[in-house]
Design a protein around this ligand. Structure first.
Ligand code: ADP
Length: 403
């Protein structure tokens, strides 16, 4: 069965076409800068010839509908294509950022689901409208396919109320849904499943802390395969320090910015979401650049790395206390998979929790899923490459097959 996975952002669409259940990627790519004069289209066919079957070009793509038309024409192209008819695609799996507390599972788009999704868009005004647009456009181009929404928040819906509720009057939760939801759920779920499988432990007995360190960063505490706490909150701004986001701060700081410095809501939003984190402290949001400044002794970079690592350690401590028993700590995403330095910094002084890194294993320039703890470490320390698109394809496949 061929399943197309779409990750639609406000000015971008990422896509991957999978053959399932083989999990083979037939075609993949992305469109960036949709709506600008020169949008950028990249496309590759990894299953044909990974070296040569790559294309990148500029084209004027003024909206998401034209974007999806471009994707369809690439997939059907006689030279570059991988399918002969759009009807070969039996399902389209969509990444939707926020599912509120209504959507706890992957969901087939039928009846009034789109209407319900729109009604919770206020919870993620920057993200959900794009996901919904992606669904609407895909319904037009793939009218025979089953459309499935997979939510970033869904995996976290097993959190107990004392973990997701804020200590503010209950009416704000009951009337407006103000609570912690958590994000990156598809990634946390994927690496948790992959780690349990790798260790040959039953998922429903697996206790882990998963650490997703990309541009956005978040952590989850997982008990018996289910999320019991996560670091992001109502929005993806809370928790760890990130590329451009501040993570946890005292909420009164917002009052100070507004009241004392007369900043508008928009300015505060920009500051905390786009101008903070690594970028705010060092001028760049890219951890590689921060680390190269760090190596040259740059004071701001040293402080930024220290805060970045310290936050992760604090959450590990908190989550170990929550879980009681810990099988594994799992690092993933751009930083977690590639930076042995950050993994080593985070793992220092964690022997008290039974976590001990093997520096040699940690430094091996390996790819793929692996263990990097020392022989004496009761807790496994793992590096698991994430693959959110594959998880969306898996979940869509399972859902379509079960109908
Ligand atoms: P996104 O959240 O956009 O998907 P990624 O998961 O690709 O992001 O992670 C991007 C981050 O990973 C960037 O900060 C980048 O600098 C960092 N990164 C990638 N490779 C390395 C590396 N070898 N060492 C340190 N950081 C890395």
């Amino acid at each position: 069965m061929k399943i197309l996975v779409l990750n639609t952002g406000s000015s971008s669409i990422k896509f991957q076409l999978f053959a399932m259940p083989e999990q083979t990627v037939l075609g993949a790519g992305q469109l960036e800068k949709i709506g600008e004069e020169a949008s950028i289209v990249s496309y590759r066919r990894p299953n044909y010839d990974e070296q040569n079957d790559r294309w990148k070009y500029e084209k004027n793509i003024s909206n998401h509908s034209e974007g999806l038309a471009e994707i369809v024409s690439l997939l059907l192209d006689t030279e570059k294509g991988v399918v002969t008819s759009a009807d070969e695609i039996k399902a389209v799996g969509h990444r939707v950022v926020h599912g509120g507390d209504k959507f706890t599972q992957p969901t087939v788009i039928e009846d009034d689901i789109l209407g319900q999704l729109k009604s919770i868009s206020y919870l993620a005004p920057l993200h959900n409208p794009a996901g919904i647009k992606g669904i609407e456009v895909a319904q037009e181009y793939f009218d025979h396919a089953i459309q499935v929404a997979v939510f970033d928040t869904a995996f976290h819906q097993t959190m107990p109320d004392y973990a997701y509720r804020y200590a503010i009057p209950g009416s704000f939760y009951e009337e407006h849904g103000l609570r912690a939801y958590g994000f990156h759920g598809t990634s946390h779920q994927y690496v948790m499943r992959a780690a349990a499988r790798f260790l040959e432990l039953p998922q429903n007995e697996f206790n882990a802390i998963t650490i997703h360190l990309g541009n956005g960063c978040s952590m989850t505490a997982i008990r018996e395969g289910k999320c019991v706490d996560t670091s992001m909150g109502l929005t993806p701004l809370g928790g760890l320090m990130m590329g451009t986001r501040c993570g946890d701060i005292d909420p009164s700081l917002l009052l100070f910015l507004g009241d004392h410095l007369q900043m508008s809501f928009d300015e505060i939003d920009q500051l905390l979401n786009k101008q903070s984190g690594l970028k705010g402290l060092t001028g760049t949001n890219d951890l590689r650049s921060v680390l190269s400044k760090y190596e040259k002794g740059d004071t701001a970079a040293k402080l930024a790395v220290a805060i970045y690592v310290y936050r992760i350690k604090k959450y590990i401590g908190a989550y170990a206390a929550v879980l009681g028993r810990l099988d594994a700590i799992v690092f993933t995403a751009g930083v977690g998979e590639n930076s042995s330095f950050i993994r080593a910094q985070v793992s220092q002084e964690l022997q008290i929790l039974g976590v001990e890194l093997d520096p040699r294993k940690n430094d091996l320039p390996a790819k793929g899923i692996r263990e990097v703890q020392s022989a004496n470490s009761p807790v496994r320390v793992m590096v698991v490459p994430t693959n959110e698109e594959l998880e969306i394809a898996n979940q869509s496949y399972e859902l379509v097959n079960s109908r």
